[in-house]
Design a protein around this ligand. Sequence first.
Ligand code: MG
Length: 255
Amino acid sequence: MISIKSQRELDKMRKAGEVVMLVHKRLEEMIAPGVTTKELDRIAAEVIKSKGAVPSFRGVPCPYGGIDFPGVICASINNEVIHGIPGDRVLEDGDIISIDTGAILDGFHGDAARTYPVGSVSPDALRLISVTEEAFNRGMAQAVEGNRIRDISRAIQNFVEENGFSVVRDYVGHGIGREMHEEPQIPNYVSSYRGVRLTAGMTLAIEPMVNAGTWQVSVLDDRWTVVTADSSLSAHHENTIAVTDKGPEILTALY
Ligand code: MG
């Protein structure tokens, strides 16, 4: 079932989305060589709590039989694609770190990811980050009434591959609302899955995960951290958006 949100519900999702972006704003200011991912997680938890919201990620059951997710953020460094567990790892100059976080406020979720450079990073890494962000923009531009999910997927895949990178296939974007993961799935590549037609009031988490090398990935022994199969760098850009009769609107924004 795909849920269609009323104006009142969209307003609640904007508020949840703002909490998520306040977390990103704080973490972006903090990210530097010498900081641990555990410290980032602690600050994220503080921001979410200070806004009366609840973290979406903490306690999520592991799809591969590991522990429930212990963090408020996913912190995925360099060749880590998604689902990195915050811990004692210290950020180093030249790393890139993908932070994904979600919060629930007044019954609705917001979910957004960014990849940040740590100190001074290589031009190739910066290009990976900017292509991933632009891939999100290209996908979102297709989130208009009458289009299908596959139009979003195609725009993302084409842009990424034109730039010589690849899109992860094992993990996809998703509908979002009262649940963090709702229908429909939003692949970042074109498959036989055409997807539903988009209508106003649908709320979607569009989230290209882009690898510098192969699209193939594997999961570490912690049963959470997804890494690139060839150890190449990976970046992630995600926002929660709404399809409206005036076009797509980003809900994970600072108002
Ligand atoms: Mg998501």
